[in-house]
Design a protein around this ligand. Structure first.
Ligand SMILES: *Cc1c(COP(=O)(O)O)cnc(C)c1O
Length: 421
């Protein structure tokens, strides 16, 4: 049976739990760094290659500091994310703002930081100019419409709310050139959690053709192409990770033909991956509170959708290891549940596991991206802590758990006494 491993033994995780009660997320620094290096190495043929970590996946400054040290930039899509970049000490072209339906305050915060602004719509050119002024460098997001199939999470491109049409983007470069913008980028993102490596090569091909067309029709030479995020991870043990070396080789071949071959080099390539950078290297650790047997068998955890909502929201598969019982027969069928008053609050449905008892430690895999970050406070549930397993084996807390005081921080009870009803 295909399985997944964890970077700590039962004894080690028990020791961590003595200090930091469950539930918590724990990230594996060594694995994150190795993965980052491998990704960068795969694209080292491209001068100026940069990955902008999509910070929404795991917005923790400690992780961002590690990734920055590995040469990554940051991809932001809100004011708070820009502020986080600033607090990590990032500025200028280390930061990219890829947002949509963008408020002026966000454009302004990005411009103050010298970030690369990636526009989502042709009307934003005028909006940006009027509200904050045009920067010297601008990127625009292309929506390929029916040129691209799309995939399950993000949907068909022509239905998606993102990006410019082909005609609009060419017009956009003309307008911006006339307004004195000096440096141009292009961006697209049409996949989410996609495991087919050819998908990304095809996306590059679409962008490279468009870059040639922009050069021809608008007289603009594009300096960088951001291929977006969306590289999937093998949530199921039998799935295969996207082979980044294969993707890189495919893109390199197209680069030679369509970019270098047409006098359009140099073109820097960027990505803004989130999931594929930290996803597999983060774990949600929880304990079994109750075993319940009715029409089905339920293993109730001390974690809930608040800690990881992907299974409840998308029906996503997350592998589950019952620590210390890895080699026992997986001959019991459970729904693994959280405690929200919401029947979707299940980490797994009809999952075959070893016999589980209250007190067992459960590790939910691939929770390192779009896990803790998507948490919410529904039902008065509090968000859990984030821990980092350092390369030397030490465990440090990189975000404390929320307290009841945090939950009530936005309410002022002092007015209640005089509040007439
Ligand atoms: C969400 C998002 C990403 C990151 O997506 P992953 O699936 O985590 O790689 C990158 N860019 C944009 C614009 C996004 O919205």
């Amino acid at each position: 049976m295909a399985t997944k491993s964890i970077p700590f033994s039962k004894e080690e995780i028990e020791k961590i739990i003595e200090k930091f009660p469950t539930p918590f997320h724990i990230y594996d620094e060594k694995a994150i760094r190795e993965n980052a290096r491998r990704f960068k190495k795969a694209f080292e043929w491209n001068e100026g290659f940069k990955e902008y970590f999509a910070i929404k996946a795991t917005p923790n400054p400690y992780l961002m500091k590690i990734l920055r040290e590995e040469g990554f930039g940051i991809d932001c899509s809100s004011e708070a994310e820009l502020e986080l970049a600033k607090k990590v000490g990032m500025s200028g072209e280390e930061i990219m703002l890829t947002s949509n339906d963008t408020p002026a305050s966000e454009f302004s915060a990005a411009k103050d930081l010298g970030a690369i602004i990636n526009l989502d719509d042709i009307s934003h050119i005028e909006y940006l100019e009027k509200n904050v002024g045009l920067p010297e460098t601008i990127c625009m997001r292309y929506n390929p419409g029916n040129l691209k199939k799309g995939n399950l999470i993000i949907g068909r491109p022509e239905e998606a709310k993102y990006g410019f049409t082909r005609d609009q983007i060419i017009e956009g470069y003309r307008i911006l050139k006339n307004k004195g913008v000096k440096k141009f980028g292009i961006h697209t993102m049409v996949a989410s959690n996609e495991l087919d490596p050819d998908y990304f090569i095809e996306t590059a091909e679409i962008l490279f053709s468009l870059i040639a067309e922009v050069h021809e029709k608008a007289g603009v030479k594009i300096s960088f192409a951001n291929l977006g995020g969306g590289v999937g991870i093998p949530y199921k043990p039998e799935e295969k990770a996207v082979d980044l070396e294969y993707v890189s080789a495919g893109i390199q071949k197209l680069y030679k033909q369509k970019i270098a071959g047409n006098g359009l080099a140099p073109l820097k390539l960027f990505f803004e991956l989130g999931r594929a950078i930290t996803g597999p290297y983060g774990y949600l650790v929880a304990k079994v509170l109750h075993i319940k047997k009715t029409y089905k068998q339920f293993a109730g955890l001390d974690a809930s959708m608040v800690n990881l909502m992907r299974p409840g929201m998308y029906g996503a598969y997350h592998h589950i290891t019952v620590v210390g019982k890895e080699s026992e027969p997986h001959n019991q069928k459970y729904d693994v549940t959280g405690s929200l008053c919401e029947n979707n609050d299940k980490f797994a449905i009809d999952r075959m596991l070893p016999e589980v008892e209250p007190g067992d430690i459960v590790v939910i895999h691939d929770a390192g991206a779009h896990g803790h970050a998507m948490g919410f406070n529904y039902n008065g549930k509090l968000k859990s802590a984030e821990l980092l397993l350092r390369e030397n084996g030490e465990v440090v807390q990189i975000r404390r758990a929320e307290t009841i005081e945090d939950y009530f921080a936005t309410l002022d009870f002092s007015g209640l006494k005089d509040f007439e009803v």
